[in-house]
Design a protein around this ligand. Structure first.
Ligand SMILES: Nc1ncnc2c1ncn2[C@@H]1O[C@H](COP(=O)(O)OP(=O)(O)OP(=O)(O)O)[C@@H](O)[C@H]1O
Length: 375
């Protein structure tokens, strides 16, 4: 058993899931270089993991895994006294990410998701980040994500994910989050005059009407409320090619939410990093996903009506995913230190919403006519 597992088991034995995780109030400055960061990370590890407190600084090695769009992710390998090596990741939360991410919500859910076999194991938390186990797998690309054999596996796992119960409120967060993002986005001011001009082109009155109209429409759909990942893009899916194990990672946006939102949001991610929405899955591809999601053991037994119902639900909530990330991008345009054209990203997502709206609404209307209001 590796040390990481030893720590994990110890924390589980120590008591209820969330209370047993080692924690430290230390923070690590995001802007330091790796050599400057190293002694601070070593101190943090000594603080969190007492059985590593006697190791030398030279027993620790650091490398960057990813800048991520949101966080800085480091791989920290620890050489133990017996010569074995344990690999962990240290995630440093990006500055100002608290404007769009509820860290308490994330930390509350991780131990339960982890106990159900999802994601990396949570080993420790600190002032501005967390330590997790290192997953030995490769990150999927957007084109991997649509390969039929992987689609089946993703759909099955998403179904299992949606069955995890997280204690606390079961209230769906979609419209609460959209409303929070909307209020925050409404009163931004940019020092850069070009950005300010672009921002002033946003019609919040129109967006508000769209939010209300879409909410009224989705309220007519009886979408199950379950624990959702809410950000299932290819970068959050990892695959170990040797044993075929697929990992869902990064639960920052996880919450109780509508089933159709999680699936529709995942389908939007087929557009990939170039945001080519022509790559959105066609009906046959969606049905393939739905079959494995609805009936993982006997996918070919799913009825046509069940497929049509989930099709209408998913494609209505797919619109909500565009509104959600469009408003998120406005806040990021102001708050994020990352050099990315978030304002253009707002227009991209909002224009795609407008482009798809009529098609998705008429799909839902014809579903309501044929099958009544409840799906
Ligand atoms: N526990 C882990 N073990 C190994 N690699 C990991 C682990 N967690 C994340 N990664 C790698 O780092 C990348 C970024 O991680 P993550 O998605 O958690 O960061 P992020 O800043 O939230 O990114 P984004 O905002 O783009 O989703 C992942 O795509 C994956 O390649």
């Amino acid at each position: 058993m590796g040390a990481a597992e030893k720590i994990w088991n110890a924390t589980e034995v120590a008591g209820t899931h969330s209370s047993g995780i080692p924690s430290s109030s230390r923070t690590i400055d995001h802007s330091l270089s790796l050599p400057e960061m190293k002694p601070r990370i070593v101190e943090l590890f000594r603080d969190l993991f007492k059985h590593w407190s006697n190791l030398d600084e030279s027993d620790f090695s650091l490398e960057t895994v990813s800048g991520g769009i949101t966080n800085l992710l480091l791989k920290v390998s620890v050489r133990e006294k017996d010569g074995s090596s344990v690999s962990t990741t240290v995630r440093l939360y990006g500055p100002n990410t608290e404007y769009v991410i509820d860290r308490q919500r994330e930390l509350q859910a991780i131990p339960y998701l982890s106990a159900a076999g999802f994601g990396a194991k949570l080993l420790g938390v600190f002032g501005n980040g967390m330590v997790q186990s290192f997953i030995d797998a490769r990150t999927l690309t957007p084109s991997d994500m649509r390969k039929p054999e992987l689609v089946a596996e993703i759909a099955k796992q998403l179904r299992r994910f949606h069955e995890v119960e997280i204690p606390g409120s079961k209230e769906p967060q979609l419209w609460n989050d959209i409303s929070k993002f909307f209020s925050r986005a409404l009163t931004l001011e940019f020092d850069d005059s070009e950005k300010q001009k672009k921002y002033e082109m946003v019609s919040f009155e129109e967006i508000n009407q769209e939010i209300n109209g879409l909410k009224a429409m989705t309220d007519r759909v009886n979408a199950p409320v379950i624990y959702c990942h809410n950000d299932l893009l290819s970068g959050n899916l990892m695959l170990n090619d040797n044993d075929g194990k697929l990992y869902f990672i990064d639960f920052e946006y996880g919450s109780y939410n509508y089933r159709g939102f999680d699936i529709g949001n995942h389908f939007n991610e087929y557009a990939g990093y170039d945001c080519d929405y022509n790559l959105y899955p066609i009906q046959d591809e969606q049905f393939n996903f739905f079959r494995h999601y609805l009936n993982p053991d006997t996918p070919h037994e799913v009825s046509k009506d069940a497929l049509s119902a989930l099709y209408a639900e998913t494609n209505l909530y797919m619109l909500a995913s565009h509104l959600y990330w469009a408003l998120w991008a406005l806040i990021q345009a102001k708050m994020s230190p990352i050099d990315f054209d978030y304002l253009s990203y707002f227009f991209l997502r909002y224009n795609e919403y407008k482009k798809q709206k009529n098609m998705c609404f008429s799909l839902a209307h014809s579903y309501f006519q044929n099958f009544g209001c409840s799906m």
